[in-house]
Structures are given as structure tokens and as C-alpha cells.
Design a protein around this ligand. Structure first.
Ligand SMILES: Cc1cc2nc3c(=O)[nH]c(=O)nc-3n(C[C@H](O)[C@H](O)[C@H](O)COP(=O)(O)OP(=O)(O)OC[C@H]3O[C@@H](n4cnc5c(N)ncnc54)[C@H](O)[C@@H]3O)c2cc1C
Length: 420
């Protein structure tokens, strides 16, 4: 084989995986069909655990050099309750960063090259090479349009939510959920932010964070069922949502729009089997979820590390297939709670217990910070029933139970009667 590993896709999952494998001395070829630097439809929050990985990999200073400021404080406004706090420190890091993807993806590719990986852009993979039931390489077209075949012990699909590699190997999907939401985001100059701002409104979620180039990114999520009605005038839908978030709409209207609004309804939610003979998946190719929780980049980094550990162990005399099976178990364990939490957020129907949790946090700074950490993914187990009951307390739970009883015994309005 010419290579130990070929990685298809060189953004956050692919470039990080190529870098980590090359740092372990493996012969790595990483290819992507686009030319870098290149933007993609994605906003930018790297959550605190993702920043901790960049720190560990020695890349956090490079991220800072992109001009993306750290965000340590967040104001969370649920409509009923406003909570302001800071992220708890996690592995030596206490801030999230929101660099533009043009900068982030390019610096990861640089890091992969510096580690010794060969990175080729404008290389489109069009087919997999098979031998004796195993994937043994890729066929594609290079930047000059010439047909190319490259062979490797392992081909990794880091080629995103519509992964060609996953389709070509028939990777089984599980825990799949229907698309729940569409998202729009825009860039504004003259909209300074001292903190990150997050708003929850009926059927809406909004986030505003400072990004690179002295811009602020403002993101809106809404139920997919409203997409057809909204698509005629997405700008109006976006600005009307911001008008419902305190003075955010007014501040955005007073700022300068730096770039056009980006909108996508393409937000699948699924796990895919992550490995098979001669192939593996990483990042969105393996697990993709709605952007409302802003976890995809952090997931990609964590997955890159878990997968590269498994590949290195498997190629270093161990059983590669067994090591890859272990990677899938670790990946799923790490990501499942946040996947379920994200599905709840993207359903836009907070339950009574969730509203009670938010109300109970008022004035309790330590708990507010832990709640923000849970949102960021650095505090685990926060939303388990036992912890939620602890935070709400006996009195809060009794009040909630009384409210539920009153709601159940409320007289039914004529228009709400059912035929049953
Ligand atoms: C609206 C929106 C907002 C988001 N906001 C956030 C956020 O704030 N924070 C966060 O953490 N996540 C966010 N995400 C999610 C995040 O963008 C993804 O999780 C992340 O980009 C996944 O990275 P990846 O490297 O797995 O795949 P991708 O970024 O999709 O990269 C895949 C690469 O593979 C290449 N490729 C595909 N097919 C081929 C082929 N046949 N040959 C060669 N190359 C190929 C593509 O060109 C591409 O460069 C958001 C997503 C959306 C849609």
C-alpha cells in the first residue's frame, strides 16, 4: 500500500485526524474536493471541550491569531429567566472561541502538513477501490482533472453529513431522527459583544457571538415546519426573530450587515456505523446533529482523537478491526447524551421540569455556571433526573407537581375538545 491511511475531507474532522495520525508517524494522504482557504455553511462556536483539545494539540495560539476573541461569559435569556455566568474551567480552558471556518479549517490543514501528512486540495474522490471485500483505496480526479488511484490500509471518510464514503460502503444508520429545524446566520460589524448571548423564545433559538475580523455572528434556529412559509423572505423572518429578543433586534438594525444571510434546512440527525473492513468514518460523516447546540466542531475534534488513537493501536500490531469497533463504542458513549439533549432543544417544546430548572437557578451563581457548562458540553450528567431534582429542590418539585395537577384539571375549552 502506498499509504497507511487516506482521509477523504480535510475540514475540522479530516484535517485534525490527518494531523494526529501523522504525528504518530503514519503515512497519511488527506484529500478534499475544494480549494482552501474555503468557507462552509457553519457558524463557529468551538465549545470549551473543543478548545481544550486545540490547547492540548498546541493550536490554541493559532486560533487566537485569527482574531477570534475568547468568550468567557454568557447571558442566557429564556424569556422567563435571564441567567448570566461563566463557563467552569475545563482542562485548563475557560473560554469558547468562534473563529471563521475559512481561518480554522486552513490552520488545521497547515498543522496536518506540518505533522507530515500530504494534503491535496481539489481532489474529488469518485469511487472506492476494493480488494477481497476490503476497501483498499480511492479513485478520483486531481486538481488538473487527471484520474488518480491511491491505495491505503485504511480509508477514513471525513467527508461530512452527505458522506460519499459512508454511502459507498453502505454504513448503517441508527438513532436517526427527522430534521427538526432550519438555521440562518449573518455577520454584523459595529455590534460589539461583551458576552455571548443566547435566547430561547417560543419556536426560536438565537445565539450571538463575536467571531474573527471584528464581526459578530448572529444565528437563528426555527422549526423546519415553518421553512416553506419563511423561505419567501428569510431576511424578514430572521430580523423579526431578533426583534423578539430584548434589544438585540434594535442593536442589529443599528449595525452594518457585513455579508449576506446564510440559511440551511439541511440538518439531518443520525448516527452511522463508524467502521468496516478497510474503512472508518469521523466527524459529521459518522454522527451528525442539528446545529442548535453548536457541537459539531467539538464532536469532530473529540472523534478525531478517539479514532486516531484506535487506528494507531490497530496498525501497530493490534487488530485494526477490533480497535475500530472500540472507537465506535467510545464515540457513541461520548456523544449520545448531547445528541439527545440537542434533539430536545430542536423540538422547541421545553417541558415543565426544564422551565422549573431554569427558574430554580436564579441567584445561584455556581449552579448557573454549571448549567452553562452543561450547555457547552464540559459539565456532564447535569440534565440527569437525579441532578435536576437536586437543583430544583423539594419545594420546587412540589410546586411543579401542584402546577401539573392544576393543568390536568383545567376545564377543557370548547375548541380543544376531542372526539374520543
Ligand atoms: C448552520 C450551521 C451552523 C453550525 N454551527 C456550528 C457551531 O457554531 N459550532 C459547531 O461546533 N458546529 C456547528 N455546526 C456543525 C459543523 O459545521 C459540522 O459539525 C462540522 O463542519 C463537521 O465537520 P466535518 O469535518 O465532519 O465535515 P465538513 O465540515 O462537512 O467537511 C467535509 C469535507 O469533505 C469534503 N468532501 C466531501 N465529499 C468529498 C469527496 N467526494 N471528495 C473529496 N472531498 C470531499 C468537503 O469538500 C468538505 O470540505 C453548524 C452546522 C450548520 C449547518
Amino acid at each position: 500500500m502506498a499509504w497507511d491511511v487516506i482521509v477523504v475531507g480535510t475540514r475540522v474532522a479530516g484535517a485534525a485526524t490527518a494531523m494526529l495520525l501523522a504525528r504518530r508517524g503514519l503515512r497519511v494522504l488527506a484529500v478534499d474536493r475544494v480549494a482552501f482557504p474555503s468557507d462552509t455553511v457553519s457558524s463557529h462556536q468551538i465549545q470549551v471541550p473543543g478548545v481544550a483539545l486545540l490547547h492540548r494539540w498546541g493550536l490554541l495560539d493559532r486560533v487566537r491569531q485569527t482574531g477570534a476573541p475568547p468568550t468567557r461569559h454568557v447571558r442566557f435569556d429564556s424569556g422567563d429567566v435571564v441567567l448570566a455566568g461563566s463557563f467552569p474551567a475545563y482542562q485548563g480552558v475557560d473560554a469558547l472561541y468562534s473563529p471563521r471556518r475559512t481561518h480554522l479549517d486552513a490552520l488545521l490543514i497547515d498543522a496536518a502538513r506540518s505533522a507530515g501528512a500530504e494534503v491535496r486540495d481539489r481532489f474529488r474522490v469518485a469511487d472506492l477501490v476494493w480488494s477481497g471485500g476490503r476497501v483498499t483505496g480511492v479513485r478520483g480526479w486531481d486538481r488538473g482533472g487527471a484520474a488518480m488511484t491511491e491505495t491505503a490500509t485504511l480509508v477514513i471518510g471525513a467527508d461530512g453529513k452527505r458522506s460519499f464514503v459512508a454511502e459507498a460502503v453502505g454504513a448503517r444508520r441508527y438513532r436517526e431522527r427527522p430534521v427538526r429545524a432550519f438555521a440562518s446566520y449573518g455577520y454584523w460589524s459595529g455590534l460589539p459583544m461583551e458576552t455571548g448571548e443566547v435566547y430561547q423564545r417560543p419556536g426560536r433559538a438565537v445565539a450571538a457571538f463575536p467571531t474573527s475580523d471584528e464581526l459578530t455572528m448572529v444565528y437563528v434556529s426555527a422549526p423546519i415546519a415553518e421553512f416553506e412559509a419563511a423561505r419567501g423572505d428569510l431576511d424578514r423572518h430572521y430580523l423579526a426573530t431578533l426583534d423578539g429578543c430584548g434589544d438585540l433586534g434594535e442593536r442589529v438594525r443599528g449595525a452594518v450587515r457585513a455579508e449576506r444571510l446564510r440559511t440551511t434546512p439541511d440538518q439531518p440527525n443520525t448516527f452511522r456505523r463508524s467502521h468496516g473492513p478497510g474503512w472508518a468514518l469521523v466527524g459529521d460523516a459518522g454522527v451528525v446533529m442539528d446545529s442548535i447546540s453548536a457541537q459539531g466542531i467539538t464532536n469532530a475534534f473529540r472523534d478525531a482523537e478517539l479514532l486516531s488513537d484506535a487506528v494507531a493501536a490497530g496498525l501497530d500490531g493490534g487488530s485494526l478491526d477490533r480497535a475500530l469497533a472500540g472507537h465506535q463504542r467510545r464515540r457513541d458513549r461520548a456523544i449520545r447524551p448531547m445528541f439527545d439533549f440537542t434533539m430536545g432543544l430542536a423540538g422547541f417544546a421545553p417541558r415543565g421540569i426544564e422551565r422549573a430548572l431554569l427558574r430554580s437557578l436564579g441567584g445561584r451563581q455556581g449552579e448557573i455556571d454549571r448549567f452553562l457548562g452543561a450547555f457547552a458540553g464540559s459539565v456532564t450528567g447535569y440534565f440527569t433526573p437525579v441532578n435536576v431534582a437536586r437543583v430544583i429542590g423539594v419545594r420546587g418539585l412540589l410546586r411543579l407537581a401542584a402546577l401539573e395537577v392544576r393543568r390536568e384539571h383545567r376545564p377543557v375549552e370548547a375548541g380543544q375538545r376531542t372526539n374520543s
